[in-house]
Design a protein around this ligand. Structure first.
Ligand code: PLP
Length: 385
């Protein structure tokens, strides 16, 4: 509990501030709760399914999920990731979190390491520790690029998994195909050196939350020994519904055992299977996604405004997060200065990157526009001191 306290502290502080000043006077950029409404087609599908009487409705199904749902998803994955993907390699899960836990429980032996490049989604350490492993965090270079030298040096015979998150929470970075291929080359070389296969686990719930027409490269094309963990939480704005999937590359070493293990782990972790009605619903709307207009507008207003003030950052290529450098270098100081103006953000040290802070701009545009003068006031205060 102590090590997950940054977001919790912001959450509690935010609630107290809202009670005191009214919600409209608090600029809460602390949580990654999607603000775009789900696509209309999703809600229409839910209504249709609720009225329909299909076989097995509300019952347990095979732990991997409904066969027709997995068929539909496998054909979508084939198109999206550019590999011939069979239904027998995709497991329906309780969100990306459920997929990551099923994958890590399957792969990790006690004492194994999961390597990840900072900054990172803070739940990863807990997920690795859930299954007897732990994280090895490697710093990134300017622009959040992988530090390939440090990655190569940091891999040991205990490294079982490299976990990549693109688009990245909190930096908004999308790793290029060239970067993924260079990473794959290192993983392959190190796997041979240590005589054990290092898997690439790709966490990509923001895959379609991208800007300026960018397309996230396919890890399946970069490295055959890869797994994809993802969800519909952000792309359809339904994080409360806990629906996602885990896909094992059909050419991965021990692909059958990996997949069978993940199905068993999905069951014995207590998930049993992913929510049935949601499986059917998402399978009908695989090509749908949330309207990006507001996220794009918020990102553009924030980028323009913060740049004018003097903040130093890389414009996010995806997600709804911006991860600027803390002016003056101290993330706690800028977070505190912003808090004095009722602006809530999260210090970068919570993401393994002290010296930065995260702004979650999945809020209404008015909140973004009205917050800029406070971002300026806080900037002036910390740089003057
Ligand atoms: C990088 C990342 N991975 C995984 C998750 C978990 O997502 P889900 O709701 O699909 O479990 C989140 C949620 O915010 C996230 O930001």
């Amino acid at each position: 509990m102590a090590s997950s306290s940054f977001i919790r502290k912001m959450f509690e502080t935010g609630n107290a501030l809202k009670a005191e000043h009214g919600a409209g006077n608090v600029f809460d950029f602390s949580l990654g709760n999607p603000s775009a409404p789900p696509p209309k087609a999703f809600e229409e599908t839910l209504r249709r399914l609720a009225a329909e009487d299909y076989p097995g409705k509300y019952k347990y199904m095979p732990n991997a999920g409904y066969p027709d749902v997995r068929e539909a998803l496998a054909s979508w994955i084939t198109g999206e990731y550019g590999v011939d993907f069979p239904a027998g390699r995709v497991l329906m899960t309780c969100g990306a979190g459920g997929a990551l836990n099923a994958a890590l429980k399957t792969i990790l032996n006690p004492g194994d390491r999961v390597m990840v490049s900072a900054p990172l989604f803070m739940e990863y350490r807990f997920y690795a520790q859930n299954h007897g492993g732990d994280l090895t965090v490697v710093d990134s270079l300017e622009g959040f690029e992988f530090d390939f030298g440090a990655i190569e040096k940091g891999i040991t015979r205990d490294t079982a998994v490299f976990l990549v998150n693109s688009p990245n929470n909190p930096s908004g970075k999308v790793y290029s195909m060239a970067s993924l291929e260079r990473l794959a080359d290192i993983l392959d070389r190190k796997s041979r050196e240590f005589g054990r296969r290092i898997y690439l686990l790709s966490d990509e719930p923001y895959r379609r939350i991208v800007y300026d027409g960018i397309k996230v490269p396919s890890v399946f094309q970069a490295y055959p020994h890869s797994l994809i963990a993802t969800s519909f939480s952000k792309e359809l704005s339904i994080p409360g519904e806990r629906i996602g999937w885990l896909a094992v590359h059909p050419q991965a070493e021990d692909a059958q055992a990996l997949f069978d293990g993940a199905v068993l782990c999905n069951r014995i972790l207590g998930y049993v299977n992913a929510p049935g009605l949601m499986q059917k619903a998402v399978a009908s709307v695989l090509d749908e996604q949330v309207d990006m207009t507001e996220y794009q507008r918020n990102r553009d207003i924030l980028c323009r405004g913060l740049k004018e003030i003097g903040y130093d950052f890389h414009a996010p290529e995806g997600t709804f997060y911006l991860f600027p450098k803390a002016p003056g270098g101290d993330d706690l100081k800028i977070v505190d200065a912003l808090l004095q103006h009722r602006v809530l953000v999260v210090p970068g040290r919570g993401f393994g990157s002290p010296g930065f802070f995260r702004i979650a701009f999945c809020v209404d545009t008015d909140t973004v526009s009205r917050s800029l003068s406070y971002f300026k006031a806080a900037f002036d205060e910390v740089t003057a001191s």
